[in-house]
Design a protein around this ligand. Structure first.
Ligand code: WTA
Length: 654
């Protein structure tokens, strides 16, 4: 990764915005001065774009760091801001969701209709005894009910935990248990790659087979009928979404909740095996999600057709499918399926069909389209596009240029947005119409956001110096904690720069001579595969949970399409080899990890080895394994307990 980044520092191409784009842009250059003059006043102004039941008088309370409170004495209802207020303002007929199912079915849902649906579902949830502070797990495909479910939970002051539909029963179960969810909203299935992919059976499995002393907190499961696939039914527990929502009243008044009322928990991988439940609250989160959506995507809600391709199971889907766009009254495309179904031009077909103006996607998708060739997008009329966005991992200049030229017709600005599940919303990005963009660099902190690149001791590195990305001031959509684990919250993000009070992001970064920021990838044991975060420890523990495995080490190796790929080195138990043939073992273990965590975690390669490289104190030297996985000459082995081990491994891998 770093060698690739080094040569991109030579990048000298810059693309200033066109005068027409600049003149009409939502963000004008003065916004930087305004935010720098009085940061808190700037954020207060952004917050006042929302509708508050009780206006706040205090902006930031940072008296007990790292626990921030934003707009604490204000009261707000998040769902009201995403729905009712647009209807009340006379925009009820505006389309909120232009939804397209993978098989080609369509639904156009206006703000009035979505409000109606959410009110009904809110009544259903309350009728089932779900209330303020209760947790609801959402395990759904990309269908409108997913957005409605999040908003209905928010509306009643409960907390949602969306679990990506690609996660396994085990992953779902541990997330349900950690959050103590009272209710699950799922579907019979969803369409992926041309067929129905079942979801309800996974929920059944996650809720079944409880061991001694394990408590099942889930009282009800609400099931959306999407695929009509055969499913089991538990009469006491399960309810059809269509039945209960259809029978419910559509009168529901949004109550006011304190700005710091928890809104959602979203699990993400950390450096240990156990995923962290990142906690976000209401007023500050919605303020920054909507502000960034407005300025970074230059939103013109009356005319834009916005499309963020992220699944709601990830933070990008939370902030830039559900909360940001809906708070801003945007019209957006939502697509259920995979990009290559039924043909490789599906995305471009959707853009042409709906006249998409703004596309927000991930570098890994762009690189896979590049591989397929420009002939495919060239068959479609993409002239409606006026702005492109990128998120999830560093975008290499080659992909950036291809994205701009082939998809954006050499005309659209590209916003490369850096942020994290923890930051809740975009932190670093060019502003279209203001910033002259530079391929591969995320460039500048947004107005209101303060970042720096520092060394291990928190000292600023200045232009040209590489180091660690730190966020130096609290921000409204910052995580408020790790669910149930305040110690881990402090330890993971705040202990590193305790003296300075900076947030440690876990990313390497560097400012170039122009002061533009380049992200250099994670500095910890977190991998980034197709823009999804995976922890080496989590996959290692899945591998050793298999009866065949004695020991396992996992590394993220650079991969042309997915950014990084999971590569596993596994030692097999002697006893297992006595009873089983070694053929197909690697394949078996790949599948096993897929079942344990989810298909996204499935290793690209599993190498069966006799030994792992360890230091004298027994620490696995992943750096050396990464050399092997990336086909490089193996680096310095002098600190290994057994210096021969690497040549054995290299030979075995070949
Ligand atoms: C990486 C996704 C470079 C980074 C919103 C971060 C990026 C992690 C970019 C968070 C970008 C995200 N350039 N790297 N534009 N965007 N990352 O929590 O390593 O799924 O720490 O949030 O993705 O991933 P997460």
């Amino acid at each position: 990764m770093s060698s690739q980044i080094d040569h991109v520092f030579d990048e000298t191409r810059v693309f200033p915005p066109s005068p027409e784009f600049a003149a009409a842009a939502v963000a004008q250059p003065e916004i930087y001065t305004e935010a720098a003059t009085d940061r808190e006043a700037f954020w207060a102004k952004q917050a006042r774009e929302l509708d508050w039941h009780t206006p706040f008088t205090e902006v930031l309370d940072w008296s007990t760091p790292p626990f921030a409170k934003w707009f604490a004495d204000g009261e707000i209802n998040v769902a009201y801001n995403c729905l009712d207020r647009h209807v009340e303002a006379g925009n009820g007929d505006r389309v909120a969701l232009l939804w397209e199912g993978e098989p080609g079915d369509e639904r156009r849902i206006t703000y009035a209709e979505l409000t109606d649906e959410v009110k009904r579902l809110a009544n259903v949830l309350e009728g089932l005894g779900v209330g303020h502070g209760d947790r609801v797990a959402i395990y759904l495909p990309m269908i409108p009910e997913a957005v409605a479910s999040m908003l209905a939970v928010a509306r009643i002051g409960a907390i949602h935990s969306v679990v990506f539909g690609g996660f396994s029963a085990d992953s779902l179960r541990s997330r349900i248990d950690d959050a103590g969810a009272k209710l699950v909203i799922t579907a019979d299935g969803g369409y992926r790659k041309g067929k129905a992919s079942a979801l309800k059976p996974t929920v059944d499995q996650a809720l079944a087979d409880r061991g001694e002393g394990e408590q099942n907190t889930v009282e009800h499961v609400i099931v959306v009928k999407r695929c009509e696939n055969e499913i089991d039914w538990n009469d006491e527990r399960d309810l059809w979404y269509g039945d209960v929502v259809g029978a419910a009243s559509n009168a529901h008044e949004a109550q006011a909740f304190p700005a710091e009322n928890p809104l959602f928990i979203l699990y993400t991988s950390g450096t240990t095996g156990k995923p962290k439940g990142i906690l976000h609250t209401s007023g500050g989160y919605l303020t920054q999600a909507s502000y960034t959506h407005r300025v970074v995507f230059d939103l013109k809600p009356e005319t834009d057709v916005y499309w963020c391709t992220a699944d709601i199971g990830w933070v990008t889907g939370h902030s830039y499918v559900t909360y940001g766009p809906l708070a801003n009254g945007a019209t957006q495309v939502m697509y259920e399926g995979t990009p290559e179904t039924p043909q490789q031009g599906r995305w471009w077909d959707i853009i042409q069909k709906y006249g998409v103006t703004t596309l927000y996607t991930a570098p890994t998708a762009i690189r896979s389209f590049m591989k397929l060739g420009r002939e495919i997008p060239n068959q479609y009329d993409l002239a409606s596009l006026r702005l492109l966005g990128s998120v999830g991992e560093p975008i290499n200049p080659e992909a950036w240029i291809w994205y701009r030229d082939v998809i954006g017709g050499s005309r659209t600005p590209i916003v490369d947005t850096w942020w994290q599940t923890e930051t809740g919303a975009i932190m670093v990005s060019p502003l279209p119409g203001v910033t002259a963009t530079k391929p591969g660099s995320a460039q500048v902190a947004l107005p209101g956001v303060s970042i720096d690149v520092v060394d291990d001791d928190g000292r600023p590195q200045g232009a040209g110096g590489g180091g660690l990305l730190a966020i130096t001031e609290p921000w409204p959509s910052m995580l408020r904690g790790i669910w149930g684990d305040p110690e881990r919250f402090k330890e993971t993000y705040w202990d590193k720069f305790e003296k300075q009070g900076y947030y440690f992001a876990g990313d390497g970064a560097r400012f170039d001579e122009d002061g533009d920021l380049w992200l250099l990838g994670r500095v910890d044991d977190v991998m980034n595969v197709s823009g999804h975060r995976l922890s080496t420890a989590e996959i290692e523990s899945a591998l050793v949970a298999h009866e065949a495995t004695a020991e396992a080490a996992v590394v993220g190796a650079s991969d042309e399409t997915t950014g990084q790929a999971v590569v596993a080195f596994v030692i097999i138990k002697e006893s297992y080899l006595k009873a089983h043939a070694p053929e197909g073992l690697a394949q078996l273990l790949r599948g096993w990890v897929g079942e344990q965590i989810g298909p996204i975690a499935r290793p690209r390669d599993v190498y069966i080895v006799a030994e792992l490289p360890k230091t004298r104190s027994g620490k696995i030297m992943r750096r050396l394994l990464r050399d092997v996985a990336e086909g490089r000459e193996v680096g310095d082995t002098t600190t290994l307990a057994d210096t021969m081990v690497m040549s054995t491994i290299s030979a075995q891998v070949k």
